[in-house]
Design a protein. Structure first.
Length: 324
């Protein structure tokens, strides 16, 4: 599928829940969010039908997101359902990792190909602070399980917050030295709670130059280039280092994705408040053709780029409600 700017749209991020077992400072208010009613959230069967329609149109990769996807009841069954769709080349999942130790084996058996784990600090006290109560040891255990199961490449998403975790950057680099992990440093985005943290914004370009010089980082072809990260190999290390500068280094010209929220809306762009209703068509006994027509509408509405560098945007949801 190609949009009006000739970009090939072959990647779908599918949010399976708006719930999360953490309350990260830049993602969700301390009091949480107003959760959707059960009947407002897509069922497992509906998520499967949406995936079928998407794959029939040319989607090759699906990533399950949340909220936290592993708190969704039936997530293992959903993985098996979607993995069974003919034509799908890759099924992945983004998680905070706290439940991965217990659910990882079942997810692998169900067909999950690979995993991304969100981790912004390696310090137990700081992790508890930024997540408002989380246990970093659960995440570290989950990372080890993911490696043991071969859910590779295992990518670690680290959102940089100035004054909070920029003193740990070198610890994350060394993590990729000892283990086959792919560390991706990500700029804090002005979406939802993140917009309130502007004093924590840290541009990546100066950091990238510093790390290239300090560690002799080399451009990497170690991980298939199916994402926006500018990737480098760590000489002598087992993993890679990547940089995702969503604010300062737009990659919109090669954006290949659509997002479906847990309440059944297609978002052509993360930064935009524009959404196309999918759940209404689905529950109106819409055929696969009708679902494909909705996807086409969303693709045709996909903008050329975002305006996050302005710290002003049209987004009307929190990051936890979109799935990132």
């Amino acid at each position: 599928m190609r949009d009006q700017f000739a970009r090939n749209i072959d990647y779908l991020r599918l949010s399976v829940t708006d719930r999360c077992n953490l309350r990260c400072l830049y993602c969700m208010p301390e009091e949480g969010v107003s959760l959707k009613k059960h009947e407002e959230i897509l069922t497992l069967e509906e998520l499967h039908l949406i995936s079928q329609a998407a794959v029939s149109m040319g989607i090759k990769k699906i990533r399950l997101t949340g909220g936290e996807p592993l708190v969704r009841k039936g997530i293992v069954d959903l993985v098996a359902m979607i993995k069974g769709i003919s034509g799908l080349e890759e099924l992945s999942l983004t998680t905070n990792g706290t439940l991965l130790k217990s659910l990882g084996p079942a997810l692998k058996k169900a067909g999950l190909d690979r995993i991304n784990i969100s981790l912004d600090t390696l310090d137990a006290q700081k992790y508890q602070q930024i997540t408002r109560g989380g246990d970093v040891n659960q995440v570290l255990d989950g990372i080890d399980v993911a490696l043991e199961l071969g859910l590779e490449p295992v990518k670690i998403n680290c959102v940089l917050v100035d004054g909070f975790n920029n003193d740990e950057i070198h610890k994350f680099v060394l993590l990729a030295e000892g283990k086959p992990l792919h560390i991706r440093f990500i700029e804090l985005m002005p979406i939802g709670e993140g917009q309130k943290k502007q004093d924590g914004y840290l541009p990546l370009e100066p950091l990238k130059k510093q790390l290239i010089e300090a560690y002799g980082l080399l451009p990497s072809s170690k991980v298939k280039a199916n994402g926006p990260a500018d990737q480098f190999v760590l000489p002598g290390g087992k993993g890679t280092i990547g940089f995702i500068g969503a604010v300062t280094n737009h990659f919109c010209h090669k954006c290949n994705r659509l997002r479906v929220t847990a309440d059944g809306k297609i978002k052509p762009c993360l930064d935009s408040g524009f959404e196309v209703d999918l759940i209404g068509v689905l529950r109106g006994k819409g055929s696969q053709k009708a679902l494909r027509d909705v996807f086409l509408e969303a693709i045709n509405a996909k903008p050329s780029g975002h305006n996050m560098n302005l710290w002003e945007y049209g987004q009307n949801r929190l990051m936890s409600q979109i799935g990132g």
